[in-house]
Design a protein around this ligand. Structure first.
Ligand SMILES: [Cu+2]
Length: 91
């Protein structure tokens, strides 16, 4: 029990240092049918560091939660572009 406590105390600062996940909304082109969001979601989920993808078919956007230490914005837009859906960061 005491050992567990020590492990928790040692591990805690590492959790604080880990980068908080960032979220970005991409404006995605070529979303024409209801299968498109699935393809886009899959392409983004393949990028290392991406933890969550929400595609909004109505708004033509994809909101991506990612670890900025592992994934670059360029890799996100490249992933959708490679899948046939060029995207840009929505301001
Ligand atoms: Cu489609």
């Amino acid at each position: 029990m005491r050992k567990l406590l020590i492990v928790l105390l040692v591990a805690a600062p590492l959790v604080v240092l880990a980068a908080a996940p960032k979220a970005v909304t991409l404006a995605v082109q070529n979303m024409t049918c209801e299968m498109c969001p699935i393809t886009i979601k899959k392409s983004l989920e393949k990028v290392p560091g991406v933890s969550e993808v929400k595609v909004d078919f109505g708004k033509k956007t994809a909101t991506v939660t990612y670890d900025a230490d592992k994934a670059q914005l360029g890799a996100l837009t490249a992933a959708t572009t490679d899948a046939g859906y060029p995207s840009t960061v929505q301001k």
